[in-house]
Design a binder for this molecule. Structure first.
Ligand SMILES: NC(=O)c1ccc[n+]([C@@H]2O[C@H](COP(=O)([O-])OP(=O)(O)OC[C@H]3O[C@@H](n4cnc5c(N)ncnc54)[C@H](O)[C@@H]3O)[C@@H](O)[C@H]2O)c1
Length: 415
């Protein structure tokens, strides 16, 4: 069988930090073929192509760039991804890594060209769009996997198994936070993560909402989202500090704080974690994950450089690191790698196992039901939470209620 071609649409931070190292490694292992990357302009692709880290980790490997690197690096080509996808042989893989509000267009373009999809979170910003994607993919027997990489942190899988075995009783009260560093405000975020499009909760809070469902199986029932408007360096306005209260279908309450505001001088690339207090029959139970401080304390002789680097650091060995295992190059490891690899491996397996539409649809239903991979069908609550959060934040934090089933949607609480 020919190895699947993988086209990434979007060449920004997440492509640099997680997607491309994973793809290069899978290519080196002989599991995927050519890698194509399409961005709005060639500028970020030039950075990826010139990366010293990639040259060291993946010697001799390169991707095909669209737009080409030999032309004007700053000429925007917003529709080029359509041509790039149209040129792909059917039933290969498209990885979607553009800003949130563009996901739907890129995903539907790829599905109509008969491609499997790995999308960065959030899949899309509305449940109605997620349903359209679900139906289109199912009709064509194509896999759509949504990359919520915290699911592939071993601690999440441990908690899920133990929770579902009854060892924690029932979730009651919880608190989660994920605050990115202040310097994020200087990046391309200021051009798209603005009040009209998104907010700190929509951008990163969704990870912990997804994780609480992943661990417990509970569904979010209501969201109140308070946001503070703040200015980016370019003058655009964003909800850069948010506080969310998510009520679950068993009455449990999760508080989620998010911001682009963790001090640049602080150790670690951000601060994040989850604490869940639970009730057993006659005792309390606790799940507590420090997701930023993982027990490592490094104090270097000098600042090692790179975005957000500090002399005193508490690096995570678990998200994505490059290890020297004797070469050639370096090996990317961690849940960032495992998460993308899991979705791509699912698409490859589907292609290898069967060509029959009915059989492929049966496999897709199994993937939905197993619930390890987030799919449009089994993680619709994420789009509903985003919709509820946006409705709430734009209405001064009023509570927005979520409904499932035929009448799936969100509305402000009447009183
Ligand atoms: N923790 C996570 O799971 C995580 C972390 C970071 C980002 N993300 C998600 O990844 C996505 C991208 O985020 P990022 O931080 O890489 O953003 P970014 O701004 O660094 O990069 C966005 C990329 O999209 C490209 N792009 C924009 N319009 C395009 C078009 N019309 N055609 C082709 N390419 C286009 C840009 O050229 C750029 O390379 C977002 O949806 C974000 O929410 C997820």
């Amino acid at each position: 069988m020919t190895k699947p071609q993988v086209t990434v649409v979007g060449g920004g931070m997440i492509t640099n930090d997680q997607i491309l190292p994973t793809l290069y490694h899978m290519q080196r292992q002989g599991r995927i073929g050519e890698i194509h990357i399409c961005a709005l302009t060639a500028r970020p692709l030039k950075d990826l192509a010139d990366s010293e880290l990639f040259a060291r980790a993946f010697p001799g490997q390169m991707f095909c760039a669209y737009p080409e690197l030999s032309g004007d690096l700053d000429r925007p080509c917003p529709n080029l991804f359509r041509e790039v996808i149209a040129q792909m042989p059917p039933r290969n893989i498209v990885v979607v890594a553009v800003p949130d509000q563009l996901h739907f267009d890129v995903i539907m373009t790829a599905l109509r060209a008969d491609q499997h999809i790995c999308s960065v979170k959030p899949l899309v910003l509305t449940a109605a769009e997620a349903k359209v994607i679900e139906e289109e993919a199912f009709d064509r027997g194509l896999l759509v996997g949504i990359e919520y990489h915290k699911r592939f942190d071993d601690r999440s899988l441990m908690a899920r198994t133990r929770y579902r075995a009854g060892l924690f009783g029932e979730f009651r009260l919880g608190t989660a936070c994920l605050l990115e560093k202040w310097y994020y405000r200087l990046s391309n975020f200021q051009n798209w993560c603005t009040v009209e499009n998104s907010d700190a909760f929509t951008y990163v809070g969704c990870h912990y909402v997804d994780l609480v469902h992943f661990i417990t199986g509970l569904l979010p029932a209501a969201v109140s989202l308070y946001g503070i408007r703040d200015k980016y360096p370019n003058g655009n306005e964003g909800f850069l500090w948010t506080d969310a209260r998510v009520i679950w279908d068993n009455g449990a309450c999760l508080n989620v704080q998010n911001a682009l505001g963790f001090p640049d001088a602080a150790p670690g690339t951000n601060t994040q974690g989850l604490t869940m207090y639970c009730a057993g029959g006659d005792n309390g139970a606790l799940i507590s994950h420090s997701d930023q401080y993982r027990g490592l304390k490094y104090s270097y002789t000098r600042n090692p450089g790179g975005p957000g680097a500090t002399i005193y650091a508490e690096p995570s060995p678990d998200y994505l690191q490059y290890l020297d295992l004797g070469g050639p190059g370096l090996v990317p490891v961690g849940y960032g790698y495992r998460s993308i690899e899991y979705i791509l491996a699912g698409a490859i397996r589907l292609e290898e196992e069967t060509d029959e539409l009915a059989e492929r649809q049966k496999r897709l239903q199994q993937i939905d039901a197993t619930g390890i991979m987030a799919t449009p069908k089994n993680s619709r609550y994420n789009e509903l939470v985003l919709e509820a959060g946006r409705l709430s934040i734009l209405n001064g934090g009023r509570e927005a209620l979520i409904e499932y089933g035929e009448r799936a949607g969100v509305r402000l609480r009447a009183d």
